[in-house]
Write a protein that binds this ligand. Structure first.
Ligand code: NAD
Length: 266
């Protein structure tokens, strides 16, 4: 432990199970000395997430918060009083499964609105709700994916939502900057989680990624957690409005550039 987040209080939204990127981020934050509050979407995840909170640290709390419900967001703010809150992690996304497999041009209006509300607007709602608690400045991060800026097969409406999310990061950074709050995004390479399982052809995506990425392997959730801890720490004090790629360099090479060289280790 290097105590990068010693004495800081962090809110992490979006833990569903032990594979969630939010949980890996929680592990990194706990290792770095943060006090933790983690959230889950609904009653169905309550027990699992309460157990995970206890594994993170004896003082970590688990609270229910569906980000589409203003009353649950208000209760969360209440539970975090009197603050201060130093760090907020937004690790939430949702799209209807059929919108992640049929042609993009067939996305329904309702499916589009739902994906954008849960996956992009919620960052604005959360940051606005938490801003009064972030009295000592603070840091907000969200999780994005390359589909925001490139067409990725089957990512579809989620790519549009991530594009909006990345623009949100820049606008929120500009809005909250004068209060000393930083807002950044991590664009992670593909990692097997519950949300990822909803994307048709995800296993093929993982294989192709490892073949083409300069580091010739997939990204781990721990590696995302480490970068999240860095962004929350004072070492990143001059960084805001950024999207950091944690993807073994995949986004930097042209598609299909597998050169037949050394293959990833199994
Ligand atoms: P996950 O399924 O573990 O996490 C998604 C979370 O969103 C779940 O906890 C779910 O309950 C929550 N959620 C959905 N709708 C919600 C709502 N209305 N209110 C509150 N919570 C809600 O999967 P994950 O891969 O850990 O996803 C976390 C974030 O990381 C997402 O934004 C995802 O797009 C992003 N991401 C994932 C990958 C990947 O390959 N796994 C890559 C890049 C970015």
């Amino acid at each position: 432990m290097s105590n990068l987040m010693h004495g800081k209080t962090a809110l992490i939204l979006g833990v569903a199970n032990k594979w969630s990127l939010a949980y890996a981020i929680g592990q990194a934050f706990a290792r770095e000395g943060a006090n933790l509050v983690i959230t889950y979407q609904g009653e169905r995840q309550k027990l699992t997430v309460e157990e995970l909170a206890a594994e993170l640290s004896p003082t970590a709390r688990a609270i229910q918060c569906d980000v589409t419900k203003p009353d649950e967001l208000a209760s969360l703010v209440e539970a975090l009083q009197p603050g201060p809150l130093d760090a907020v992690v937004h690790s939430i996304a949702f799209a209807n499964r059929e919108d992640l497999s049929r042609p993009f041009s067939e996305t329904s209006r309702d499916g589009f609105v739902l994906a954008l509300e849960v996956s992009a607007y919620s960052l604005v709602a959360v940051a606005k709700a938490m801003a009064p608690l972030m009295t000592g400045g603070g840091s907000v991060i969200t999780l994005s994916y390359l589909g925001a800026v490139r067409v990725i097969p089957n990512y579809n409406v989620m790519g549009v939502a991530k594009a909006a999310l990345e623009a949100n990061v820049r606008y929120m950074a500009a809005t909250l900057g004068p209060e000393g709050t930083r807002v950044n995004g991590i664009s992670a390479g593909p990692i097997k989680t519950l949300a990822a399982a909803g994307i048709a052809g995800f296993s093929t995506m993982l294989k192709n990624f490892a073949n083409a990425a300069p580091l010739r392997r997939n990204v781990t959730a721990d590696e995302v957690g480490n970068v999240a801890a860095f962004l929350m720490s004072d070492w990143a004090s001059a960084m805001t409005g950024e999207i950091l790629y944690v993807d073994n360099g995949y986004s930097q090479v042209a598609a299909g550039m597998d050169d037949g060289g050394e293959k990833p280790k199994e």
